[in-house]
Design a protein around this ligand. Sequence first.
Ligand SMILES: Cc1cc2nc3c(=O)[nH]c(=O)nc-3n(C[C@H](O)[C@H](O)[C@H](O)COP(=O)(O)OP(=O)(O)OC[C@H]3O[C@@H](n4cnc5c(N)ncnc54)[C@H](O)[C@@H]3O)c2cc1C
Length: 319
Amino acid sequence: MTKVLVLTEARDNQLRNVSFEALAAAGTIAAGGEVVAVAFGANAESYANQLAQYGASKVYVVKNSELDQYTPDAYTQAIAQLVNEVAPDAIVAGHTAIGRDVAPRVASRLGLGLVTDVTAVEAGPVFTRPIYAGKAFQKRKFNDGKVFITIRPNNIPVGEADASKTAEVVTANVEIKDLRTIIKEVVRKTSGKVDLSEAKIIVSGGRGVKSADGFKPLEDLADVLGAAVGASRGACDAGYVDYALQIGQTGKVVTPDLYIACGISGAIQHLAGMSNSKVIVAINKDPEAPIFQVADYGIVGDLFEVLPVLTEEFKKVLA
Ligand SMILES: Cc1cc2nc3c(=O)[nH]c(=O)nc-3n(C[C@H](O)[C@H](O)[C@H](O)COP(=O)(O)OP(=O)(O)OC[C@H]3O[C@@H](n4cnc5c(N)ncnc54)[C@H](O)[C@@H]3O)c2cc1C
């Protein structure tokens, strides 16, 4: 029977959505086998019910205080020990900042196969992942050996929660030693209203927004839509917003249901981070801007005229 271990992630005492997506991916890989999950930190136990409802039959809680905040050292040690103890056939984590950092460390320590940035999992299991900055997709299959996969947030549909399900909760004892780094303070640079990498709607601004104040109409629209605000590197380089908001090849890769690009030309490096969005709307005053080639809907116009009108109309519709 195939056993799949899901590494969950929480932020502000709430499981991140990608953890439920990872459980769904694990269900496909397990193909009727066992899906188990691990939660880290002081609140780990409180996530067990939710993890059970989304498919975990057993939840390992690892409560060492060194795991309250992510550090590569501590998490690599904990996960490697847990994998040895649980002996899964496959491990699934989110392709998040943490997943991207820890997966190769654990894979190399334990000699596991690694497939990163997976956007779809089919029976087999067969893993689909983008290559060449999203211009093509490849399918990967492992013939034998354990495999570690990281899944791109917002791509794998989450199954229905089943409130009747419960999971066995097991406290896992891991030994964490010889840490080379400790976290003294976490400084948040983004507003934190909506997590950019998991946002369903993103309103994104480019150099055409012209200033930090120019982002105000984008924020107004984002507030009405419950969206996150993102940016091109052009806008970040110009100092309008923090690099934490950058979307693209060297920024965050996002796959929202709706991406509204305002004053963004559509350079290939920007498209690498957002072209898999389900619906793309572009607002640009240049009708020849390359962003219109990937947009589902295009508005040729001045963003400072278009955005307030959109915001007012959405307010009416959503009221
Ligand atoms: C190695 C490398 C990595 C890179 N990584 C990234 C990355 O991760 N992300 C990224 O975004 N870029 C990245 N870039 C930079 C990328 O090549 C572009 O320079 C950048 O995306 C341009 O940003 P932009 O579209 O905001 O600016 P511009 O190209 O200057 O476009 C501004 C757009 O705004 C429009 N505009 C101006 N005023 C208005 C108005 N009032 N109303 C409506 N439209 C208006 C203009 O018509 C224009 O199309 C990378 C580049 C390199 C070389």
